[in-house]
Write a protein that binds this ligand. Structure first.
Ligand code: ATP
Ligand code: MG
Length: 333
């Protein structure tokens, strides 16, 4: 079922109930995290945010990646309004109110960008708080709370190897999506993320792993594919954390050079696929998702990759929806 019309999702919007820093207010904060570098955090988070926005959800994308790669994926890197993290630094260092820096980067999509210098300064601010014994893990959560009702989804891209920044982000997060490469060392690294989660739960007990996504996956060999999935399941202690498609197949982001083409072009993968499809008189890629219909596959390499991101977006939203419903039933029982 692809029933992703933004119906029940709108209930958290502005005006629905008094504002407070509660699990409810931040229940749609989704961070893409894995302490390891180059495992697809930016690619999966930017494409998820862009597809969700295209499907009709008001989405805020927050970058915490020093390289600003999401600025390439979404094409705003060289925009004069890209402050490269200056605003976020002001929020965390000087208690300024948080606001979206780049509005309507796409329809329904606002962005708070990041850059190398600002991220370094933010790290210093956090280390300073840590040294003084001040709780820094909830600073982003507190800054986000007044803004959260403006959005249906808040998507956060995280940096590699900056544990204190990861703690700050996880302190504001409800759901963690974990992209990983499928080699043994990357899979082994998932245990370190588990340790980060244990640590942050002292401040934010609500953060949970929503699921794991094998990234840059070699789709050619069925045996390699099966082994990698088995390895991931072994670390995770069960299959429930991998995302599955309608046929019960594990959703992966395949290896494809189209990803590099998309980043170089400042486009998300589905946008590049739309351009590739231009000559055919088809409907826009996101339309079926918005209308709750199963989208058509686009042939060729970029189409296959766009399909992976679309399936992943659908699976993430569906799983959150399901868990929210289960939680509501638990509360009312
Ligand atoms: N499907 C794909 N196939 C092959 N390469 C890909 C694919 N998607 C993205 N890439 C490339 O893989 C690299 C790593 O991806 P990405 O930047 O998303 O990872 P990351 O975890 O955010 O990295 P970092 O830790 O440096 O922030 C990038 O060069 C990106 O262009
Ligand atoms: Mg990145």
């Amino acid at each position: 079922m692809i029933g992703l019309v933004p119906g029940p999702w709108t209930s958290h919007r502005k005006g629905s109930s008094p504002m407070a820093l509660t699990q409810d207010v931040l229940s749609r904060v989704i961070a893409f995290a894995n302490g390891k570098g180059g495992v697809g955090k930016t690619s999966t988070s930017a494409n998820f945010a862009g597809l969700s926005a295209a499907a009709g959800w008001r989405t805020l994308f927050i970058e915490f990646d020093a390289q600003g790669d999401a600025g390439d994926d979404l094409g705003y890197k060289h925009s004069p309004d890209n402050d490269r993290g200056a605003h976020m630094l002001g929020v965390l260092d000087d208690h300024q109110p948080l606001k979206p820096v780049l509005r309507e980067v796409r329809q329904n999509l606002d962005v708070i960008p990041m850059g190398r210098d600002a991220l370094k300064d933010i790290e210093d601010v956090l280390w300073g708080k840590e040294r003084r014994g001040t709780e820094y893990r909830l600073m982003l959560a507190e800054a986000l709370a007044p803004l959260a009702r403006e959005y249906d989804l808040i998507v956060i891209d995280t940096p590699p190897t900056r544990p204190i920044v990861l703690q700050l982000v996880l302190g504001a997060t409800r759901w963690v999506v974990v992209p990983t490469k499928s080699d043994r060392s990357s899979i082994g690294n998932l245990a370190e993320l588990a340790a980060e989660l244990t640590e942050v739960r002292q401040a934010n007990p609500h953060v949970e792993v929503l699921g794991v996504v094998p990234f840059d996956f070699d789709t050619s060999g069925a045996r390699i594919r099966r082994n990698a999935v088995e390895d991931i399941n072994a670390v995770l202690d069960g299959a429930s954390s991998l995302f599955l498609d309608h046929d019960g197949e594990v959703i992966t982001i395949r290896h494809s050079s189209a990803a590099v083409d998309a980043r170089n072009a400042g486009k998300l993968v589905h946008e590049l696929a739309e351009i590739a499809k231009e000559e055919e008189a088809g409907e826009p890629w996101w339309k079926a998702l918005r209308e709750g219909r199963r989208p058509e596959r686009i042939p060729g390499s970029v189409g296959g990759l766009a399909d992976d991101h679309l399936l992943l977006t659908n699976a993430i939203l569906t799983r959150i929806d399901k868990l929210e419903s289960a939680n509501r039933e638990e509360v009312s029982a």
